[in-house]
Design a binder for this molecule. Structure first.
Ligand code: C5P
Length: 401
């Protein structure tokens, strides 16, 4: 890592602030310079002296301090880094970020910055699950703010659940990845399917499903960010094309399969599309009319199973991953599905009504491979994609050894 990379680390008031000290050490060891802003409540948990000692720099605390401002004005401070990281990010600072409130040095720097921002939320599980916080997270994510974590686990307040700040080593990795240090999948070619398929009934009507494509697009984005040459074959979605990804837009399952089969020499295939199981066998080439003679006689035919077809192909990619959206017996059914389709891993998720997975921004998944089942906590879909990408990179690294 070149030592020209600089992080402005904003430490807000959470018990997790002690982990920021370790984060500074990890970043320092990777040649990333850190300058700290400590909020008033953050200073209740860690001292400016510890941050200064570890970051080897002055720690900025006050918006209207003459010394702070004369050394470095808050606008300059907010732009002096390549990346702004808020860790820990409390419910309070996230709410202020969403609203654009700037009532101290940290929030003013966040409002004034023109640099990318990454946040590592840390709070009690109830605060994390509160609709206000979830709403704030959604809006901030839509604005392009990167979320790292949180994790699930025991909390300082003796409760258990989501809201623990991600581990410092993991945040440091995400920061390094952001700076493009790893390019763990450089030289690999990846294909991702995403979104729903539209199966034509006639030129104006179709059968479809509610898939938003968020998870598939996030996987494509994460693979590309890790350096893989990535092709995204997508059914119709409302999403922007992910940066650095070649996108092939398709409508039907047949088109999706053809677009996938056109790609050669693939190392990784991730089938995240919600492909319609059936198409209309006798789709009309003209718009069908209500002619008073009863209901149309629509005949269904089975669609090709893209995941199974690619998994069974002669020159198959060495790593093929499917998704399995289930509403009951999620893991059991996914284990069976992995065998039935012949893919290597299955990422299973619960899409029962109430989980908010379908179309939502979060996902709780179980990763199933030949060795067993890994249960991941409820995560932002981008975070699921990032962790899956890390797991893919690890898989190839182990295979090379
Ligand atoms: O059978 P089911 O639809 O539950 O399987 C889900 C997995 O199979 C997903 O990875 C999905 O992308 C893939 N699939 C496919 N082609 C189909 C149906 C599902 O690639 N026709």
């Amino acid at each position: 890592m070149s030592d020209s990379k600089r992080v402005l680390l904003i430490v807000a008031g959470s018990i997790a602030a002690y982990k920021s000290l370790e984060l500074i050490r990890f970043l320092g060891a990777r040649g990333i310079a850190v300058r700290c802003v400590l909020t008033k409540s953050g200073a209740e948990f860690v001292t400016p002296l510890s941050l200064a000692a570890l970051s080897n720099d002055k720690v900025y605390t006050h918006l209207f301090s003459l010394t702070d401002e004369s050394e470095m004005g808050h606008i300059q401070l907010s732009r002096s880094a390549d990346l702004v990281v808020v860790a820990p990010a409390t419910a309070d600072i996230l709410a202020k970020m969403r609203a654009g409130i700037a009532d101290d040095l940290a929030t003013t720097a966040l409002l004034a910055t023109d640099k990318p921002v990454m946040v590592a939320p840390a709070m009690n599980v109830r605060m994390w699950e509160h609709k206000a916080t979830q709403d704030n997270i959604r809006v901030l994510t839509e604005r392009g703010i990167m979320m790292i974590g949180p994790d699930e686990g025991p909390m300082a307040c003796n409760e258990f659940g989501m809201g623990r700040m991600a581990e410092p080593a993991y945040i440091a990795e995400a920061i390094e990845d952001f700076f493009g240090a790893h390019q763990r999948l450089k030289g690999k070619r990846a294909l991702v399917t995403s979104g729903p398929t539209y199966e034509a009934i006639d030129p104006v009507r179709y059968i479809a499903n509610h898939s938003s494509g968020k998870q598939g697009h996030a996987v494509a984005r994460a693979l590309a960010a890790a350096g893989a040459e990535t092709i995204l074959v997508s059914g119709p979605t409302q999403l922007p094309n992910p940066a650095g990804v070649t996108v092939r837009n398709v409508k039907s399952a047949d088109e999706m399969l053809a677009a996938c089969q056109a790609e050669q020499s693939l190392d990784i295939v991730v089938c995240a599309a919600a492909v319609a199981d059936w198409k209309i066998k006798n789709a009309s080439t003209q718009k069908m009319k209500k002619n008073g003679k009863g209901l149309p006689d629509l005949e269904l035919a089975e669609n090709p199973d893209i995941l199974a077809t690619l998994s069974r192909a002669n020159k198959r990619a060495p790593l093929i991953i499917g998704f399995a959206a289930e509403t009951e017996k999620v893991v059991e059914q996914a284990i069976e599905k992995r065998k039935a389709k012949g893919c290597d891993w299955i990422v299973a998720n619960d899409v029962s009504p109430g989980t908010g997975t379908f179309g939502g921004d979060a996902n709780t998944v179980h990763v199933i491979d030949g060795a067993g089942v890994e249960n991941w906590p409820r995560l932002d879909k981008d975070e699921v994609a990032r962790r899956l990408t890390l797991r893919i990179a690890d898989h190839f690294k182990k295979a090379e050894v």
